[in-house]
Design a protein around this ligand. Structure first.
Ligand code: GFB
Length: 303
């Protein structure tokens, strides 16, 4: 039994590989250096030769609000290609289990909170990430279609905002939590008394450590079998302003924080209703404070 983790060197994929290794499962993590999933023929060849028993698809063009807003063509087109190449190749090789990973931004911008699975496609998307969201919604629909037409037990899992080791710390394209760690550490090191953050600081986000999410993915692979996507959140919601306070404290930055109102806030609130996975018996274990501390430590050791 070989489990293939596509996107195995990224934030999410590397955490899933670590978790499967911990469980002594036979796992192969692949990145774009091993196979270019944008190349349909190469993807088919790769899956046919490897013959995995299961595929976890964490390969995607991802980014924070800046990356999503600046490169909608890449976020839509590349994600559509990667996910359909992989799923079609999995079908050609008769891979019975496929786990497709998405994002909480698939849900309507103004929907009721916390967000239930059934709110999908009930309203307008947030404009800063609508291209990425549409690609992920198409992926959910493809999973559903493969189940309906061919009877596979494939599933879609939707995480809330994640962070942890191997994150992308790029100042323009990364997500808020890793970028803030970098901004505060660099400001402290250089003696710069001011850090500039984006938007108003008012938006609320739910953050989950990627090691918790990796456990949830493995849990869902065993326990969940339905065409509807399943939410995975932590319930740990915080305003961006309070997040900045927590990170500056963890880093030891005591200067001034100012807010650039020309940068977008994005969705004002995005917290998942995770009662479905909770009722199946899964719960997150890592608190936001613990997770920030370990990610700061990881950054200091590795960057
Ligand atoms: O994490 P983030 O980039 O993505 O931003 P989203 C979250 C919030 O942090 C926004 C604010 O309100 C940003 O304005 N923020 C403050 C910053 N300072 C910064 C900064 O220096 N860098 C960044 N990046 N943000 C993404 C979606 O949305 O989340 C994706 O674009 C995906 O599609 C992903 O769903 C999980 O939570 O707004």
């Amino acid at each position: 039994m070989t489990i293939l983790v596509a996107g195995g060197s990224g934030l999410v994929g590397s955490a899933i590989v670590r978790e499967l290794n911990r469980l002594n499962q036979e796992v192969i993590g692949v990145s774009s250096k091993d196979v270019d999933l944008l190349d349909r023929d190469k993807t088919f060849e790769f899956i046919k030769d490897l013959k995995p028993t299961a595929i976890i698809d964490s390969a995607a063009k991802v980014g924070g609000i800046g990356g999503n807003n600046s490169y909608p063509v890449e976020f839509l087109s590349q994600n559509l290609q990667i996910q359909s190449n992989l799923m079609d190749a999995a079908h050609a090789a008769k891979v019975s289990k496929f786990v497709f990973l998405g994002s909480s931004c698939i849900y309507p911008r103004d929907c009721a909170q916390p967000i239930k699975e059934e709110y999908l496609l009930t309203g307008e998307l947030e404009q800063t990430n609508s291209a990425y969201a549409v690609a992920k919604i198409a992926g959910i629909e493809l999973v559903k279609s493969y189940r309906k037409e061919y009877g596979y037990k494939w599933i879609s899992v939707m995480p809330t905002n994640m962070y942890g080791s191997n994150d992308n710390f790029d100042l323009e394209n990364g997500h808020v939590l890793p970028v803030l760690i970098r901004k505060f550490i660099e400001a402290k090191r250089s003696g710069n008394g001011q850090v500039i953050l984006w938007g108003s600081g008012a938006p609320l986000r739910e953050f989950m450590h990627v090691d918790d999410f990796a456990k949830a993915v493995v849990f869902c692979m065993d326990k969940y079998d339905d065409s509807k996507q399943i939410n995975v959140g932590s319930g740990q919601e915080v305003s961006i302003k309070d997040l900045a306070g927590k990170i500056s404290k963890a880093v030891g930055f005591s200067g001034e924080i100012s807010w650039d109102a020309n940068k977008p806030d994005g969705t004002m609130r995005k917290v998942l209703d995770s009662s479905k996975i909770a009722n199946l018996g899964w719960k997150p274990l890592i608190s936001l404070d613990q997770g920030i501390a370990s990610t700061v430590e990881w950054y200091l050791q590795n960057k």
